[in-house]
Design a binder for this molecule. Sequence first.
Ligand SMILES: [Zn+2]
Ligand SMILES: [Zn+2]
Ligand SMILES: [Zn+2]
Ligand SMILES: [Zn+2]
Length: 258
Amino acid sequence: MGIVIVTNKVAQQSNLSIIDQYIKNSNDINALQVEDSRLPKSKSYLKIIGIPFYPHSNHQEKLSSSEVETILKQNHIFNNISLASKPCIIKISPKSDMAIVWLDIWDIQSSQNMKLLINRCFNVGNYIATIRGANMNPGVPQCKNCWKWGHSTFSCCIQGAKCVKCNGPHKSEHHREFGWCCKANAKTNSPRLETKKGEPCSHTFKCSNCKGNHQADSNICPFWRHHFNREWHVKKYTEIHENRSQSIHSNVNSASKQ
Ligand SMILES: [Zn+2]
Ligand SMILES: [Zn+2]
Ligand SMILES: [Zn+2]
Ligand SMILES: [Zn+2]
């Protein structure tokens, strides 16, 4: 069982002794059975920029999360900070040699720890790193307009919308009316019936992101399962991008041979 005490001002660590004192002096409470009082904890999200992704002289070994932890331990500005999870490190962009480090830190509800750290600078070797605030949810967003990962719906660049089910150029909620699969067609091998209004489309399509047998927003999609893993997403998109440019090259090559 826990007791929550509501205060009229933001409670500080030093106020806790008042409560502990009260508990100790109360005859109705066995103080030995009561744990120390503590301030409510929350998480704050920060990112560090200006850190090299390849900090070693061979320029091949990547910055690891344990190295980041060591860097933080050696720096006095992080003295009273405890991490809520392992630091997450990604390259700023595939061609960059600089990193962004995401940190989740334990904080109190007034975000006091975060406020002390934001915009502070510190040295990492010859580099000057800067701490910035980060979004509440450091996961990778999925656009609800084109269903690609890595940008939010508000910053989508495509004209119109894509269907989450068939990837066709219509809004997902209009799939029954605009998707070819749900229209009656007598010319197909086994004549296709129209999907009735109010009934779900029973046809299957491949996910536009991973080509698996599910909708593009499904929680069994590997893109969804890794949506807290920026590194995985960056790697995946680099792979897809490379494959695409390779297939464009081979198409160009075969076209020029003809
Ligand atoms: Zn989009
Ligand atoms: Zn559709
Ligand atoms: Zn259908
Ligand atoms: Zn998928």
